[in-house]
Design a protein. Structure first.
Length: 653
């Protein structure tokens, strides 16, 4: 790719000057309150990161205490060496001796509208039953179990049942096709697949079992399929191979001691798309992962026992692993979980749920926020959102326009926003405000959390001066980091540890401002070079979205004889706005004014939607190929809506 050299310093042209101190009412009772408290934590972690993580680790229940905090043989890390614990024990059993015993662990709402509340005691029982059912199917320690379920409580039950007996789960997002599913099942060598007859999405049933049948036909490693009855639809049950969840658990004992597992026992594989070809199976292990997800859940979301916490991510993504299931349950929180689509049956579905369940902490993705912004403020304003006290975002840089709308319309101006930067590979949040202690700037993930040594460097690993752009790296290992790529240590070394000598390379470009705040510029592949100027696609997009008519924008570079690269922008308009040549011109000028003439798009294309992955990330690679006039090549299995691609290609003609 031609854009891999931001060491020349990414031109940083957008100026976001606003600074929001944590609201005083929030600071009053925050877990980390005020700058001094944050600096004390930071300093302690800096003096001895081992001691810092040791004390975080002591918050968990261990069956054997670790000998050594970190064993680092670059690039392979082991954390809490010699220790033993069990994740399900920490997420469930540990809470049963105190007041959390009968507290709601999960409050769930299905898309058709039914609700369920499951206490910690009940969840523990369900997990034990299902763990015994897995054992009955021959699942042993370290065996892989594929989970292909909708957002129902049983998804969490299945994950926790695996971790209870030391099986390794591989959750595959229920929106993936049979082929994507087969590829992941085979790569992991899964023995059992856990699925449902179907799930509800946008008022229709997604036929999960059909996809599993097709996938398993090409996956000889699979011995058994477990089917949860969710929609009650017609499916084929293959005698001998297939088992109903409710039949297995009806026969199972509810007595299932949690298996004490080595700190480095593999916990899960999660596939993430690489830049080319085969998806990467990111491997996470037990103790370090739980120590850091629990710590960040408590302190980034400032969680207490009275909160109702809602992270809108699907369990098929890392956010669903770390911040729907493991982190929140480890700290004994009440999780709200929703099965379906955000606008079903009405565009105010989310706000109605916030109101009815009194959600207090809400964590979602910028793409969702932009969707709501586009629909207008009337929908949230119909509901009482006063229960909210903290908002979070993850997944992409958030443009200041969406940030302000989120703060004012959803948060009523009183909720701090935590913009959390992390990756499937990092396992836990690494860069984020502490909501009672870090002043925020719209669009910045602010500062690395205590214990995290992140930096912005050039190709040789030298820090770039404040204000310039470069590569986002992490210098020292952290407990929840990936341990390898499943079955491919070489790829692990190559992808993460070979770009910049001795440092973990995130694949993201970033800059730090004069206060040391981190501004994520997006994937390095998304950085443009226009006439020798490094431009961040995100900054141009942000400028476009700053125009009153624009809902969403995606910017890519296309080769240009004169400029090196020319800026091509794909733009969707807000409801009621119509495309016109005049508007194109206006938008080009708008960008030139906001950023500078250098960033003025050579080309603007209006479209009714953008190609996205199912987690909401814009697939710029596809747009780049379109803008370059070429055919779409390479992996499109992660694309959410194939019709978008067809429409975009049609717009061409
Ligand atoms: C959690 C998750 C990781 C990539 C990462 C970034 C981008 C994530 C932010 C962000 C700017 C953020 N895992 N990213 N969070 N960019 N600000 N707060 O999304 O593996 O699916 O993606 O997402 O490019 O490298 S992920």
């Amino acid at each position: 790719m031609e854009n891999r050299h931001p060491e020349k310093a990414i031109s940083v042209l957008l100026k976001e000057q606003r600074l929001y101190p944590p609201p005083a009412s929030f600071v009053k009772s925050a877990l980390v309150a005020g700058k001094a408290a944050r600096e004390r934590l930071q300093a302690a972690a800096h003096r001895s990161s081992d001691k810092f993580w040791d004390s975080a680790a002591r918050e968990l229940r261990w069956t054997r205490v670790w000998r050594k905090t970190l064993d680092w043989k670059p690039p392979f890390a082991k954390w809490f060496v010699g220790g033993r614990l069990n994740l399900a024990d920490n997420c469930l059993d540990r809470h049963l001796d105190g007041p959390r015993r009968n507290k709601a662990a999960i409050i769930w709402e299905g898309e058709p509208g039914e609700t369920r509340t499951i206490t910690y005691l009940q969840l523990h029982r369900e997990v034990c039953l299902f763990a015994n059912a897995l054992k009955e199917l021959g699942v042993k320690k370290a065996d892989r179990v594929a989970i292909y379920l909708p957002m129902v409580p049983e998804a969490a039950v299945a994950m926790l049942a695996c971790s209870r007996i030391g099986a390794v789960h591989s959750v595959i997002f229920a929106g993936f096709s049979a082929e994507a599913l087969r590829e992941r099942i085979v790569d992991a060598g899964a023995k059992v697949v856990v699925t449902a007859d179907g799930g509800w999405r946008k008022g229709a049933v997604v036929r999960l079992k059909d996809a599993v049948d097709e996938a398993v036909a090409g996956a000889p490693c699979v011995e058994s399929v477990v089917i949860l009855r969710r929609t009650g639809g017609d499916i084929t049950v293959y005698e001998g191979r297939d088992h109903w969840w409710h039949r297995l658990t009806a026969k199972a004992s509810c007595d299932c001691p949690a298996e004490p597992l080595d700190s480095e026992h593999p916990l899960f594989i999660l596939y993430t798309s690489g830049s080319t070809g085969k998806p990467k199976g990111v491997l996470h292990t037990s103790a370090g992962y739980l120590v850091e997800t629990a710590w960040t859940t408590r302190y980034v979301f400032d969680l207490r026992d009275t909160d109702v916490y809602w992270c809108t991510a699907d369990v098929g993504w890392v956010t669903g692993h770390s911040y729907v299931v493991y982190g929140p349950l480890a700290v004994g929180s009440t999780i709200f979980m929703y099965e379906g689509a955000p606008l079903t049956p009405h565009p105010d579905r989310f706000w109605s749920m916030v109101e009815r369940h009194r959600v207090s902490v809400f964590y979602t993705a910028p793409t969702a926020i932009r969707t709501f912004l586009r629909l207008g403020s009337d929908f949230p304003r119909r509901h009482d959102l006063s229960s909210l006290r903290l908002l979070g975002t993850v997944g992409e840089p958030i443009n200041p326009e969406a940030w302000s709308w989120y703060r004012d319309v959803i948060g009523g101006g009183r909720c701090p926003i935590v913009d959390t930067w992390w990756q499937t590979e990092t396992g836990a949040i690494l860069i984020s405000p502490l909501p009672g202690a870090t002043p925020t700037k719209p669009g910045s993930a602010t500062l690395p959390l205590p214990g995290i040594d992140a930096d912005v460097v050039d190709k040789t690993g030298k820090p770039v001066p404040l204000g310039s752009g470069g590569y986002l790296v992490v210098r020292r290992p952290w407990p929840a980091m990936l341990r390898t790529i499943w079955g491919d240590d070489e790829r692990y070394k190559r992808e993460y540890w070979s770009h910049i000598p001795g440092l973990y390379f995130t694949g993201d470009g970033a800059r730090r401002d004069k206060d040391g705040y981190f501004w994520i510029l997006g994937r390095i592949d998304d950085v443009l070079n226009v006439a020798g100027h490094r431009l961040s696609t995100m900054e141009i997009e942000s400028a476009l979205v700053g125009h009153a008519f624009v809902a969403e924008a995606a910017v890519v570079g296309r080769p240009d004889e004169v400029l090196g690269q020319a800026v091509a922008a794909f733009v969707t308009l807000k409801g009621g706005r119509t495309p016109s040549p005049e508007l194109k011109e206006e938008l080009r000028e708008h960008v030139a004014k906001a950023i500078g003439a250098i960033a003025r798009p050579s080309e603007i294309r209006f479209t009714d939607s953008l190609p996205k992955t199912r987690s909401g990330k814009i697939m710029r690679r596809l747009l780049r190929e379109l803008a370059t006039g070429g055919a779409i090549k390479g992996d499109v299995t992660t694309l959410e809506d194939f019709a978008v691609l067809a429409r975009l290609q049609q717009d061409e003609e």
